[in-house]
Write a protein that binds this ligand. Structure first.
Ligand code: GRF
Length: 216
């Protein structure tokens, strides 16, 4: 099977990037990492890429204040230059503009640490705890022009325990992020994701969940 050429956009530690690299290296993901791009010079994610011999680029956003679409046009140019077919945002701490989205229609994915549409935005594990929900989780979705609003591809659910702190909950969710991002990419690579309005239908998809979950 032909390998999908991926770019991963990051800003920080890059644990999701690492999970994607590891899944590719284990042979469970029909993708190759064309390039990792960070808007932050010191991002640990860049080091992770370099350690695995993957092209790593810092594309500084300095000088683009108030000109976000010019920055995104630059990103689009770099991504096209690497013949990227799928762009994965993984802790990329910038809101991307229609300039980038329209350059890769239905070809940009994002991972978010809540069960969207609950808790979009930032500090969402804290928000979930404060709200008192009994489950949270993570979501991989296509990126559209809203904030964390695009069609949902896959979600994983984790329980929230009475003793949870923001840290313990974040760690529990992150562990599932590392599973579902690669799974979403693999479904994309297999050409099995069909976007029908807001819904993403997985052709030949089988749900892997039980009938219901209850907590406590
Ligand atoms: C993850 O929690 C992801 O869901 C969110 O940013 C965090 C990035 O973590 N968008 P990492 O850089 O992949 O470790």
């Amino acid at each position: 099977m032909k390998k999908t050429r991926l770019a991963v956009l990051v800003s920080g530690r890059g644990s999701n990037l690492q999970a994607i690299i590891d899944t590719i290296e284990s042979g469970d993901l029909s993708a190759e990492l064309a390039v990792v791009i960070s808007d932050q010079a010191g991002a640990y994610a860049l080091e992770r890429a370099e350690k695995h011999g993957i092209a790593a680029m810092h594309v500084s956003a300095k000088g683009y204040k108030g000109r976000r679409d010019e920055y995104d046009a630059l990103l689009a140019e770099k991504l096209r230059g690497e013949n990227v077919e799928l762009v994965c945002l993984a802790g990329f701490m910038r809101i991307i503009t229609p300039t980038l989205i329209r350059a890769f229609p239905n070809r940009i994915l994002n991972i978010h640490p809540s069960l969207l549409p609950a808790f979009p935005g930032l500090h969402v594990q804290k928000a979930a705890l404060e709200h008192g929900v009994k489950f949270s989780g993570c979501t991989v979705h296509f990126v559209d022009e809203g904030m964390d609003t695009g069609p949902i591809i896959i979600q994983a659910v984790v329980p929230i325990l009475d003793r949870d702190t923001e840290d313990t909950l974040s760690t529990r969710i992150l562990k599932q992020e590392h599973v579902i991002y690669s799974r979403a990419i693999q479904l994309f690579a297999e050409g099995r994701l069909v976007v029908q309005g807001r819904r993403v239908v997985v052709s030949d998809g089988k749900t892997s969940t039980t009938e219901f979950l209850m907590n406590p």
